[in-house]
Design a protein around this ligand. Structure first.
Ligand SMILES: CC(C)(COP(=O)(O)OP(=O)(O)OC[C@H]1O[C@@H](n2cnc3c(N)ncnc32)[C@H](O)[C@@H]1OP(=O)(O)O)[C@@H](O)C(=O)NCCC(=O)NCCS
Length: 168
């Protein structure tokens, strides 16, 4: 398996993979593939990595900028992240996330946030922090990983590409 940045021709495969991965996820909005497309179209797909196995794309992770108290900075949001249903629990998701976080850190990011299951994300160093919040989301599901700089405080907003009400 190799992990590499997406190429133009990967777009349909990433869309199909994202739809397939989220199909049976209980809290899925059903718009995750459209979110990835919207981020890309807006130039907000800061980092988009694919996992490729024998020429087939089996995993994908997206990172995009977030704001803190309305201010743009060097913080990013992780997700959506998707692994082909038949290939899950083989370490592909972890490999994609670790590579993505390394790349972000090496390009001067100050930190990353994620909305998701703490049981999964704590292995990468994500922790929930009551000083950093995201709407009404219970604090344990909203987590941050600080690379450098001061610990931020306040309200996070994801890129407008996540505004699913405009995508359905
Ligand atoms: C979540 C996802 C990206 C993880 O990728 P993966 O390649 O299947 O997972 P990995 O093989 O890297 O990691 C497996 C480990 O994570 C755990 N794990 C997998 N999905 C998990 C989840 N949703 N919550 C908690 N733990 C999870 C497994 O128990 C396993 O733990 P172990 O190593 O201690 O046994 C993948 O399962 C997926 O695409 N799911 C559907 C889409 C989705 O839910 N995306 C994330 C939304 S926040």
């Amino acid at each position: 398996m190799i992990i590499r940045p997406e190429r133009d021709r990967d777009t349909p495969a990433i869309h199909a993979l994202t739809d397939a991965a989220f199909q049976d996820v209980p809290h899925s909005s059903g718009t995750e593939a459209a979110i990835v497309d919207a981020l890309r179209d807006a130039g907000a797909l800061t980092l988009s990595l694919v996992a490729e196995e024998q020429g087939r794309i089996v995993g994908h992770v997206a990172f995009s900028p977030v704001t803190i108290n309305g201010e743009a900075g060097r913080w990013f949001g992780l997700g959506p992240v998707s692994v082909e249903p038949g290939e899950q629990r083989r370490g592909i998701g972890q490999a994609l996330i670790r590579e993505g976080l390394d790349r972000l850190r090496n390009t001067g990011a100050e930190g990353c946030v994620v909305l998701g299951d703490p049981a999964y994300y704590r292995r990468f160093g994500f922790i929930s922090d009551p000083k950093l919040h995201y709407g009404d989301v219970p604090p344990e599901y909203f987590q941050r990983l600080t690379f450098t700089g001061a610990m931020p405080e306040g309200e996070i907003a994801f890129h407008a590409g996540f505004d699913t009400s405009r995508l359905i």
